[in-house]
Design a protein around this ligand. Structure first.
Ligand code: UTP
Length: 298
């Protein structure tokens, strides 16, 4: 596949998860036993992406440490005959990571622009690690295939309830052979003025010409330099496509989305799924019982 680099913006403030994210990066919140950003890296690796440019900020050092080797652990596992765990913690040793600090969280568009010096003149992926994909979801791979066919930027889109359009970048466009040809985009619109309920979610395949636009992009919604605004400008000079997600996505940057992801992933986890399912069934029964008692006025 032709897309070999991925930018992972991870410098956001994570205000929806405060106070947990005061000193700990949101991207390091665990789902079962892996932090969110590891899921993103594994997804990209499975699509043939080889290099990762992570945009970090203050209080984000734990991300660099996570993908580094840990001699103390290696020694401990070797001494206790648990070599299989060494393999697990060293899985990323051969992968290329570059870390760039976004000094001030000026917005997603600005975070992507920070990666410019490291991007070669080829298409690259942008992955927001708080959007977690179900393991059976091959969204990124399918988006790269669309890029290879069209040689134009591709953004992932998902149909969201109209009451939620104000939380997303929303596209306007027509379906052409299974993908949307985008004619307009608007960041966090009011439901009444929104062109559709097709929301841009955290996977993009972009081309380097976005950087020239981002360099001149002024702050938009929320006072932030928005990637959606820059993409809208790019759409005036070249086609941009919207690829409709087929599987399940979790907004793990949001408390409820995070909980749903935890439950669904735990139910698929070899180590805990059986006992966890048992616990959930018992819990559901006791909740049902309590709600029946309530409705009878006890
Ligand atoms: P979000 O919109 O989720 O913002 O950013 P956030 O700050 O991370 O979280 P909340 O909304 O305050 O809870 C989307 C992605 O863009 C990155 C974030 O790290 C996240 O991956 N981002 C955002 C940056 O890297 N820099 C920024 O200035 C803004």
């Amino acid at each position: 596949m032709t897309v070999k680099q991925a930018i992972l913006p991870a410098a956001g403030l994570g205000t929806r998860f405060l106070p947990a994210t005061k000193a700990t990066p949101k991207e390091m919140l665990p789902l079962i036993d892996r932090p969110l950003i590891q899921y993103a890296v594994e997804e990209a690796l499975s699509c043939g992406i080889e290099e990762f440019i992570i945009i970090t900020g203050k209080h984000k050092r734990a991300i660099e440490d996570h993908f580094d080797s840990v001699c103390e652990l290696e020694e401990k596992f070797r001494a206790s005959g648990k070599e299989y765990l060494i393999e697990e913690i060293n899985r990323f040793n051969q992968i290329k990571f570059a870390y760039i600090r976004q000094r001030v969280a000026l917005g997603l568009g600005h975070a992507v622009l920070c990666a410019k010096p490291f991007v070669r003149g080829e298409a690259f992926a942008v992955i927001l690690s708080d959007d977690v994909m179900d393991s059976e979801n091959h969204l990124l791979k399918e988006m790269i295939e669309v890029y290879e066919e069209k040689k134009c930027p591709v953004v992932a889109v998902e149909e969201v309830p109209w009451t939620e359009v104000h939380r997303y970048g929303i596209i306007d466009g027509v379906l052409e052979g299974g993908v949307y040809r985008i004619s307009g985009m608007v960041e966090k619109p009011h439901p009444e003025s929104s062109p559709s309920n097709m929301a841009i979610i955290g996977r993009y395949i972009l081309t380097p010409d976005i950087f020239e636009i981002l360099e001149r992009q002024e702050a938009g919604k929320g006072g932030e330099i928005q990637l959606t605004d820059a993409l809208m400008k790019l759409a005036r000079t070249k086609d941009i496509y919207g690829y409709l997600i087929k599987g399940k996505r979790y907004d793990a940057g949001d408390k409820l989305g995070y909980l749903k992801a935890t439950v669904d992933l735990a139910l698929k986890n070899r180590e805990v799924s059986k006992d966890f399912e048992k616990y959930l069934v018992e819990k559901a029964r006791s909740l049902e019982h309590a709600s029946a008692q309530n409705s009878m006025g006890f």
